[in-house]
Design a protein around this ligand. Structure first.
Ligand code: NCD
Length: 307
């Protein structure tokens, strides 16, 4: 039914066809029992080594990859960037070549530079998985978001999904737009002008000026944190105003009782989303985390078939 998944690396959503995405979703489904992750171990990655190289902070993505690799029977090695020779000036390519000389199979990397994973791919003997590169892409996050939405709506064709918040600094937004459009969804954005990229007109997405308008239009919203670590000062007049015009609160759930709410985390309660909304029945934030492990298991297994 689907074309063969023929990739050796996963660095960007743009490399995946609709058929590839559905192959990943179908495989991920096997690791779930309804909405719950199965705990059964398999040995498809027995004798394979997965290096987790996170040059930037992470809680859920790193742990999710670690649990996914563990469930598939892989050996897992944590690379501590700030305690490594990178701190002594070793280049990224030398770091990869050094680690690969120890005969590893996967290099799962998060890096603050946009394009870092794409760049390393050309030098790699191992399989490179992009776990987030600067403001560029976060393909496994988009896959788990799309998987969560498809499980809710069954089919994303024509579904209206609005991404709200700090789009400018968000790799999640870029990967989400690409993936959800491939699956046939209609995408809109909602952010102050200063948190939208300059080339926004090329993205071909409607832009809403308030979260009230966005919710009026949308079947689902994907809410993003203000990524202050990548922000120049002066992009926002005040947090209070951002929260008032772009935040999601209980009034939006009252406005649209079947609104689906996603957030990739980490959440800053009271800024982009209120605590009670993030924890209400319309919110799928914890389900996203569960699905993230299943999606990463699927990716690891599918990529390993092309070594
Ligand atoms: C996102 C990231 O790191 O890009 N988080 C994640 O991986 N779940 C979003 C963010 O940091 O705001």
């Amino acid at each position: 039914m689907f074309d063969k998944f023929s990739h050796r690396h996963l660095t960007s959503i743009s490399q995946l066809s609709k058929s590839d995405i559905q192959t990943i979703f179908k495989k991920a489904e096997n690791f779930l029992d309804g909405n719950v992750l199965k705990t059964a171990q398999s040995d498809v990655l027995k004798e394979k080594t997965v290096v987790l190289a996170f040059f930037e902070n992470s809680t859920r993505t790193r742990l999710s990859f670690e649990i996914a690799a563990q469930r598939l029977g892989a050996n897992i090695v944590q690379f501590q960037a700030n305690a490594s020779s990178v701190a002594k000036g070793e280049s990224l390519t030398d770091t990869l070549a050094t680690i690969e000389a120890m005969n590893v199979d996967f290099f799962v990397m998060r890096h603050s530079v946009s394009g870092a994973a794409e760049f390393l791919k050309d030098y790699a003997k191992s399989s490179i998985i992009n776990a987030g590169d600067g403001q560029h892409e976060h393909p496994t996050q988009a896959l788990l978001d799309g998987f969560t939405l498809q499980n809710i709506f069954k089919n994303l064709e024509g579904k209206k999904i609005c991404i709200i918040g700090d789009i400018l600094h968000s790799r999640v937004a870029r990967s989400n737009i690409s993936l959800l459009k491939t699956l046939g969804a209609e995408i809109a954005l909602c952010a102050p002008k200063t948190l939208l990229p300059n080339d926004i007109s090329e993205w071909n997405c409607e832009v809403f000026k308030t979260s009230d308008e966005a919710v009026e239009w949308a079947d689902a919203v994907n809410v993003l944190r203000l990524q202050k670590e990548r922000m120049e000062s002066g992009l926002l007049p005040s947090l209070g105003e951002f929260s008032k015009y772009y935040g999601i609160s209980m009034r939006h759930v009252l406005q649209k009782p079947d609104l689906v709410i996603l957030h990739p985390g980490p959440v800053n309660y009271g800024v982009e989303i209120q605590y009670d909304v993030a924890n209400c029945e319309n919110s799928y934030i914890r389900q996203q985390v569960t699905n993230g492990v299943a999606i990463r298991m699927a990716i690891l297994e599918l990529l390993s078939e092309n070594f």
